[in-house]
Design a protein around this ligand. Structure first.
Ligand SMILES: C[S@@+](CC[C@H](N)C(=O)[O-])C[C@H]1O[C@@H](n2cnc3c(N)ncnc32)[C@H](O)[C@@H]1O
Length: 291
């Protein structure tokens, strides 16, 4: 027999021995998942006995965590923009940093005022975090969501259904702008948003084990210098955006200035602006198309 407190103690000890970054948090989140309870429950009912089944499931989850599997892939869940997203191996776990990108788009739509039937494209669906949040918070929008990974598209579809926005999203399989061209979306978009792969190839292998080992390389690898996708997006976005439309790109912490300059050199982008997070790190570059 094992009570909540003892189960946590046992798990934390094992996780500490493997030098995990957040042993207590991981142990608690996984136990909450087994019990379908929140963390407060663990503190209030610390003497509650676990059933044999619960102990077995919990130990097998801890064993996965000890191998380096991210907690989100074990519980199949990550919160993003106040919504729960289903995730599994094969799609990127949505990051809190990406909320800055979604918030920048939402702010712009607020400033624009009356219009509500936004036509949006999201390049690189992943779990559908950006696509589904935008469809959720912009209730009359229509989103085209493109990914080259069929797995990402199927997880994106699941999340869209779970959040009741599937009928306003078209998931398109293909390479960056190619599906938009197929759909004849030239000059049709109000907003183009993307969190593309942006890590330089050589760095991908040096990433924290769990990122490099469990998250899809396809979602991370931005080519030799990390800018491959930005070059393609900055070159072609104007074809699909309406005059006055918004482009919003998530960028790596040291990539913003280069991407801003890339845009400045094109003479079709105006109001180019870098957006920082609360720690003063540049996360997003936004601009308006002037044709
Ligand atoms: C950094 S992830 C972003 C996922 C999600 N939007 C998010 O923010 O969590 C980049 C995504 O781009 C997709 N991708 C990679 N190369 C692509 C390409 N050539 N065309 C379309 N999507 C691509 C990957 O499969 C991955 O899902």
């Amino acid at each position: 027999m094992l009570c909540i407190q003892d189960a946590l103690r046992e798990a934390v000890k094992k996780l500490e021995m493997r030098e995990m970054m957040t042993p207590l948090l991981d142990a608690e989140v996984l136990l909450c998942h087994v019990l379908s309870m929140d963390r407060l429950f663990l503190y209030v009912y610390r003497d509650r006995e676990l059933t044999e089944d619960q102990i077995q499931i919990y130990r097998s989850m801890i064993a996965k965590r000890l191998q380096g599997v991210p907690v989100q892939y074990i519980v199949n869940k990550q919160e993003f923009m106040g919504l729960d997203f289903y995730v599994e191996e094969g799609v990127l776990i949505p990051r809190p940093d990406t909320e800055i990108l979604v918030e920048s788009v939402l702010e712009w739509t607020k400033e624009k005022g009356d219009q509500q039937d936004w036509v949006i494209a999201d390049l690189g669906t992943g779990s559908g975090a950006i696509t589904v949040s935008l469809a959720h918070y912009l209730q009359k929008s229509h989103v085209y969501s493109v990914d080259i990974s069929p797995k990402a598209l199927s997880i994106g579809r699941k999340n869209a259904k779970d959040h009741g926005v599937a009928e306003r999203i078209e998931f398109l399989h293909g390479n960056l702008f190619e599906p938009l061209r197929r759909k004849g979306l030239e000059n049709k978009l109000d907003i183009l948003v993307s969190n593309p792969p942006y890590i330089p190839k050589a760095e991908v292998n040096r990433l924290q084990t769990e990122v490099a080992k469990y998250e899809p390389i396809l979602a991370l690898d931005g080519g030799e210098d990390g800018f491959d996708f930005y070059r393609r997006i900055v070159d072609e976005a104007y074809v699909f955006l309406k005059n006055g439309g918004l482009i919003a790109l998530e960028v790596g912490h040291d990539q913003g200035e280069f991407i801003k300059k890339m845009m400045e050199s094109k003479n079709i982008y105006a109001s180019i602006r870098k957006v920082k997070d609360l720690s003063n790190i540049e996360r997003v570059v936004v601009a308006i198309i002037k044709k």
